[in-house]
Design a protein around this ligand. Structure first.
Ligand code: NAP
Length: 540
């Protein structure tokens, strides 16, 4: 960093990038510790994915009770969820309620991207340049940039030629979008596409669903939360949070230690039927081995395929909607309210891209190998450059001028998803090689911020200026993550978990598959050991 930028820079103790759950909690936590903070968010407000993803039908797929902050007992009592699985507007209201209650947004600079982050070795400071031309510096930097914050357009020629209206799910307009009388196309049938299809199908003149890989989806069976139930939850929040923190998924979803084949075929069928009726991700928790036992997994997959036959009236459409060739739950399982039912409507058409791949987007619509589908509106629900995209989208420059892009050229590499060798005093929340996509992101965010805070306190007590993970500790963590991943069926599907959806991205499962509780235990072990085996420090 030049002397000139150093002169014009503004200085605080901690810089925080991101206004989702992780960034909000970091902002609160470090302020309460008496540190001077400055936070940044590219969006015009707080909420992260819930700020951007305003598409019709956007809804959380974990119970709202679990998908909320646990650090403030007051807020737990003051806020009341209306539905078991809250929709995006309610989630955003909650986020703004928390922000207002704790005066968080005053610490944020909105509509601001960080364009470069660089470690100044001589001065032991992170120096951040914003899209507005400012320079900020601080000894500590928190990248709370989220695993799903960089949306991805499909690699289809002609996208810019389309003369109709084009919407991207993850950049949905703030004003109401209407579909009545319109010919609408949706590309993408992951969790996002499924939520959009079932909602837009209700009012669109005609809806064309461009499906490449079908997803497994199960009934959400969302319900309004009764006052008596909410009161009961509020009385027991402490216990609910404790249970969530001690579970593999960071939530209160029941889990079982029962192996699939320990039950008779009749028992299995009864349990699967019950799970289907209960809704949510009950099925995944009904048996302990669905992500490791391929035979068990296939039986459950076949059960869900049979449900598609029960719902979808046209057998040809039903067959095309059936996912095959990858294990159920290896792609993120979707929860729907009426997805398969939507295909019974005369205005809804499934376009099977295995049968007729998309050739190009034209001025009028989508041309497949079988012809052109004319559209008034095209919606892209084509996913994200997940886990790593946010930190490879701009230059994050560590010790010796090495960037995160260089460090991750063969795939994400980090310690606990929290720190990286070569990047002193730089922290990620819900980073790659942690349990990011596989457990409740709010619980992970809180764990991560608390872990970072404890480390900062330790450094202050011991007169240390910088902390950096030692290469051996990072390698050992990566080896552990890798050996657990080998056993997981998650490897058997082409997904964003593996980086398979982004051209030329290194393939690999860089997620901790050992469950949230084990992850917390690893984090806690490092802290309890005084970081001796994991981190190296320099004196202040
Ligand atoms: P996604 O699961 O990656 O799905 C992207 C979809 O776009 C896939 O169906 C993909 O097909 C399709 N696609 C991409 N490029 C294409 C092309 N060139 N031609 C045709 N189709 C193409 O992304 P997502 O649905 O946005 O979900 C991402 C994650 O966000 C989820 O896994 C979940 O973790 C989270 N999410 C959660 C919720 C919730 O809480 N309810 C809602 C939405 C999202 P292929 O599979 O064949 O590539």
């Amino acid at each position: 960093m030049t002397a000139q930028t150093a002169q014009t820079a503004q200085r605080v103790d901690v810089l925080i990038v991101g206004g989702g759950f992780g960034g909000m909690y970091a902002t609160y936590k470090f302020r309460e510790m008496g540190l001077r903070i400055q936070s940044f968010e590219a969006g015009g407000g707080l909420g992260g994915v819930w700020y951007w993803n305003r598409y019709p039908g956007a809804r959380v797929d974990l119970p709202s009770i679990d998908y909320s902050f646990s650090f403030s007992p007051e807020i737990e009592q003051e806020w009341t969820w209306s539905e078991q699985f809250a929709a995006q507007p309610e989630l955003l209201r909650y986020i703004n309620f928390v922000s207002e209650r704790l005066s968080l947004d005053k610490h944020y600079q909105f509509n601001t991207r960080i364009e470069r982050a660089e470690w100044d070795e001589a001065r032991e400071l992170w120096v951040l340049r914003t899209s507005q031309g400012q320079v900020w510096e601080a000894p500590f930097c928190i990248m709370a940039t989220g695993p799903l914050s960089v949306p991805k357009d499909p690699e289809i020629p002609g996208l810019s030629r389309f003369k109709g209206v084009m919407h991207r799910a993850a950049r949905w307009p703030h004003q109401e979008v209407r579909f009545e009388g319109l010919r609408v196309g949706v590309i993408g049938t992951g969790s996002t596409g499924i939520q959009i299809v079932q909602e837009v199908g209700k009012t669109a003149g005609e809806l064309f669903v461009f499906q490449r890989t079908p997803s497994f989806t199960m009934p959400m069976r969302n319900v309004k939360l009764e006052p008596a139930y909410v009161a009961e939850v509020k009385r027991h929040y402490a216990g609910i949070r404790e249970a969530a923190r001690n579970s593999a998924v960071g939530g209160t979803r029941p889990q079982s230690t029962r192996g699939f084949f320990t039950c008779t075929p009749a028992q299995r069928r009864t349990l699967l039927e019950d799970a289907w009726k209960n809704g949510g991700l009950a099925m995944l928790g009904t048996f302990s081995d669905l992500l490791v036992n391929e035979e068990a997994n296939e039986e459950v997959a076949e059960f869900v395929r049979s449900k598609i036959d029960e719902v979808v009236q046209d057998p040809v459409t039903a067959d095309k909607l059936k996912p095959r060739g990858y294990p159920i739950f290896a792609r993120r399982p979707c929860l729907d309210t009426s997805y398969y039912e939507t295909f019974n409507q005369p205005n809804v058409h499934l376009v099977d891209l295995y049968e007729q791949p998309i050739v190009e987007i034209t001025e009028k619509g989508v041309r497949t190998e079988k012809g052109e589908v004319e559209l008034d509106m095209l919606i892209l629900a084509t996913g994200y450059d997940g886990l790593t995209g946010a930190l490879t989208a701009f230059d994050v420059v560590g010790r010796g001028g090495r960037t995160v892009n260089q460090k991750w050229q063969n795939g994400a590499y980090s310690y606990l998803g929290l720190m990286m060798e070569g990047f002193p005093n730089l922290f990620m929340t819900t980073g790659p090689t942690g349990p990011a996509a596989l457990a409740n992101i709010v619980r992970i965010s809180e764990n991560d911020v608390d872990w970072i805070a404890a480390l900062m306190v330790h450094m202050q007590h011991n007169g240390q200026a910088t902390a950096e993970v030692m290469p051996e500790a990072e390698q050992a963590w990566m080896a552990h993550v890798g050996s657990l991943a080998k056993r997981s069926l998650l490897l058997k599907a082409k997904t964003w978990y593996l980086g398979a959806n982004v051209k030329d991205k290194p393939l690999g499962l860089t997620l901790f598959t050992g469950g949230f509780l084990r992850y917390r235990e690893h984090c806690a072990a490092a802290t309890q050991d005084g970081y001796r085996k994991a981190l190296s420090f320099t004196p202040a």
